[in-house]
Design a binder for this molecule. Sequence first.
Ligand code: GDG
Length: 469
Amino acid sequence: MPRLVVVSNRVPVPSPKGSTATAGGLAVALEAALKSHGGLWFGWSGKTSGDREIEWLEIRDFGNVTYAVADLNRRDVDEYYAGFANRALWPLCHYRLDLTDFSRKDMAGYFRVNRSFARLLAPLLRPDDLIWVHDYHLIPLAAELRHMGVKNRIGYFHHIPWPPADVLSTLPVHDTIMRGLAAYDLVGLQTDYDVENFAGCMVREGFGRALGGNWYESYGHRFQVGAFPIGIDTDIFVQMAEEGLKNPIAKRTKESLNDRDLVIGVDRLDYSKGIGQRIEAFSRFIEMSPSAKGHVTFLQITPKSRSEVPEYADMQKEIAELTGRVNGQLGDVDWVPIRYVNKTVSRAALAGLYRIARAGLVTPLRDGMNLVAKEFVAAQDPNDPGVLVLSRFAGAAREMDGALIVNPYDTEATANAIGRAISMPVEARRERYNSMMPKLREHDVAAWCRSYLDVLSQATEPQSEGLRA
Ligand code: GDG
């Protein structure tokens, strides 16, 4: 079995005792894959260190897994991370052309940091390593490694949506991005819809041709593209939720509700998550349903995210103001409609909170997959499950047929769906829950890892007679 090398923007280096207990499902699954293959996890430490150029790595071994991380200097963080990755690629891939900032300085910084990462990583590689690169921060990495003579199989997984050609082509360097992707052996996307969009960008824009069987040829290199919908650590989540009410935060929350119904939302504070539209829809639901006034509480847990990016700072202000306005207008002396919390809670608390909620609102305007949708369902009590209200624009909507699917831009329809979720009879709720759980168990995050790595390690190029023009 070849050694596995995972590359991601941030690396969850375990604590000195070797524990990554607070890590999410993806980090846990990647760590498990690294342990079973033996492996190396490479990326940014998350630390900013003055003006020093990226030239050294901190390397630590935990069992058979090596963690190699580099600090970035202020300029690199500003241009590569807060700049091009999060003010150009992130809004672009989430169809927010109104929020993109295509600064040439940031573009140069993005490619420069990827080159530096490749320079640090290349000497650590062995000839038969399987290399798996994660997410939009690192698209050019394979091309940089190839320049340095690296011949290993290199895969890329794009965790966020892939946009249609008309959207992508607004990016001045979209050709360099497509060329960068063509240097991989496998480009993994979340859904078939993303694969269709990717094919449109590759073929219609003239960057490559389809060879059939998900193979493409571009810039003289053949590679595969496929949909690999990510899952969660379902069994662990079910178990955490079963013990959820032992968690002090979940317990306190339940007591504080005084038998009111709980509606929950959990998202990083990000404009792609549709938090403002969700608050408007909840507020409309309360206005439309006199019986809900005083009897339903919406808990929105929203850890701050990317506060160094101006669009995120603006959004923090907008959502706080909106929440204050709705609470002021609709609340009463003994009831606030929205509890808005800007902090991270533990995964155990989250599992308990999902479990006591009557409805989960997952209403992004655009999302690669959305793991909260899956976690919410996995956390439910099978005998008395809550209902998931899910945006049609989340990748998860393609799998989760037991959810109430909504258009988050349609306030009235989303408000109606909240009402339906809260008043749904238990038989209908069980039926919906039972239609989703088997898939969540089968397609968990470990299965996702395995299926991706199987294709990356075993892919054989199509014979030339099978080629399609
Ligand atoms: C990207 C793509 C894709 C949130 N608040 C707390 C907390 N969380 C955890 C959730 C969930 C994770 O963060 C968020 O995952 P999502 O999938 O919802 O969204 P992104 O962060 O945007 O992730 C997305 C994903 O990559 C994987 O491919 O699904 O589409 O955008 O696990 O539970 N966890 C804890 N406390 C919190 O307060 N412990």
